[in-house]
Ligand binder design. Structure first.
Ligand code: C2O
Ligand code: CU
Ligand code: CU
Length: 469
């Protein structure tokens, strides 16, 4: 099995890098099962695009499906009016997303649909692809010489509509795919092996360990770390990406697997999600036949560290929800199942700060060029991965404990009964964007809110300052 194919787009006459993406319906044979899937450019997962920092990128996206969809570039710092989930492509329609990759943005991103109410289903049927930004560290040795694999973790569901319990826990599809395959086996040369993991599953967390060598983490979400860190595992909630190095110095087998992780769902009565939730993700057989490269680790460029004393405000966000237990049991007995867009009348609803998502309501307003502390409280019995669009953040602490390293993240796990504080700088762009739980059933069922970033110093006639309500 070969390494992930990469696509670099084509240079348009105006200098922009043009990338064409088409979403369509397809039937795929996976692991002996026939799956009704949705695919980007005919591929499952969608193609991996690789672009450089400071490139101007133009994504020309066409919806070839029979239902509305759109494209969200998860994690990218760009104008909110370009990466706007409220823009939807009708069947046959084309949307253009044009933006400049910021300097220093080297990291692992991904794209997926973001039509409210349909995200879990469209993504769970296959619509996801990787988007990698390379920077100076990637283009220099030793990273430039590393053998690189980009692995999208998806769990497709062949079972069709969701049960009430799946609406509550978030669905874990029965078909775990590692870049479109079940447990791919790679033959690799000795040397430095680089593995980027993208959790493109709707609700499944992957607690990843490696047998046979040490795991070295060099990146998280939208950034490389300031230095390589040896880790004994990495926990990927939905939406998160990690960038790993493996020093494959001697021949033998390396096994990347995920081990049981309790995100709260196992404890729920009637939950479909049971232990053991674990398995081999991929194996790497290190051969001797080819010329082995060195295994020394890179020294990475420094990473800016945000200073919490510069924060102008602390904003409190609290996860919540309600489940009508009686209705859930009744609907389980009567085998009521939820299809597209039906969640709104379902027995489980989720919210942020006591409110369900409302497409026309602004929930938080922040000022351009300021730094805020966001305190995300999770009093519920389930973990909820928090995700903010457009503005990458740094984790300040988890239940008062600072993180092991600094990174620019856009997803952070907020464990059950815990509080996570993050530092959010509102740089470069004004506009309206979103934050939500990245368990997609929760997002679709209300656990999402709007943020508006305004520029008070701009002249009053600018639309960005029309904040009066
Ligand atoms: Cu990965 Cu709001 O999205
Ligand atoms: Cu996103
Ligand atoms: Cu959630």
């Amino acid at each position: 099995m070969t390494s992930t194919k990469r696509h670099y787009g084509t240079r348009a006459s105006d200098g922009a890098l043009e990338i064409e993406i088409e979403a369509s319906e397809a039937v795929r044979e996976v692991d002996g099962k026939t799956v009704k899937a949705r695919v980007y450019n005919g591929e499952l997962p969608g193609p991996t695009f690789v672009v450089g920092e400071t490139e101007r990128v133009r994504i020309v996206f066409t919806n070839r499906m029979s239902e509305p969809t759109n494209l969200h570039l998860h994690g990218m710092h760009m104008a909110p009016e370009v990466d706007d989930p409220h823009r939807v492509a009708a069947p046959g329609e084309t949307l253009v997303y044009e933006f400049v990759i910021p300097a220093g943005a080297a990291g692992t991103y991904w794209y997926h649909p973001h039509v409210h109410g349909e995200v879990a289903r469209q993504l769970g049927e296959g619509l996801a692809g990787a988007f990698v930004v390379v920077g100076p560290d990637d283009l220099a040795l030793p990273l430039a010489g590393a053998e690189e694999h980009i692995l999208m973790l998806q769990d497709l569901s062949v079972a069709g509509d969701r049960t009430p319990m799946e609406m509550h826990d978030g669905r874990e599809g029965e078909l775990v795919l590692v870049h479109g395959n079940t447990t791919p086996a790679f033959e690799v040369c000795g040397g430095l092996l680089r593995v980027r993991l993208v959790n493109a599953s709707s609700a499944r967390f992957y607690d990843v360990v490696l047998d046979g060598a040490e795991l070295v983490q060099i990146g998280l979400d939208a950034s490389l770390l300031g230095a390589p860190v040896i880790v004994d595992h990495v926990l990927l909630p939905p939406g998160q990406r990690v960038d790993l190095l493996i020093r494959a110095a001697t021949p033998g087998r390396l096994t990347l697997r995920h081990r049981p992780y309790d995100r709260g769902a196992f404890r729920m009565p009637w939950s479909r999600i049971k232990l053991p939730n674990q398995g081999v993700l991929a194996t790497f057989d290190v051969t001797t036949g080819c010329e082995a490269a060195g295994v020394e680790l890179p020294s990475l460029g420094p990473i800016e560290r945000l200073d919490p004393t510069h924060a102008v405000a602390t904003r409190i966000l609290e996860y919540g929800g309600k489940g009508n237990a009686l209705r859930m049991v009744l609907e389980l007995v009567t085998r009521r199942r939820y299809g597209a867009g039906e969640g709104a009348d379902g027995p489980v609803r989720f919210w942020l700060n006591g409110k369900e998502f409302e497409p026309r309501r602004i929930d938080a307003e922040a000022e351009l060029d300021t730094l805020e502390i966001w305190e995300i409280r999770n009093p519920t019995p389930l973990d909820h991965p928090f995700h903010l669009h457009i503005y990458p953040f740094q984790v300040l602490d988890v239940d008062g404990k600072p993180p092991a390293f600094t990174a620019w993240q856009d997803v952070v796990t907020v464990p059950a009964k815990s509080t996570v504080r993050i530092l959010v700088p509102f740089r470069d762009f004004t506009g309206v964007t979103m934050f939500h739980c990245h368990i997609l059933e929760h997002e679709d069922n209300g656990m999402m809110a709007h943020l508006r970033v305004i520029d008070r110093s701009a002249p009053a006639s600018e639309p960005a300052t029309c904040a009066s309500h």
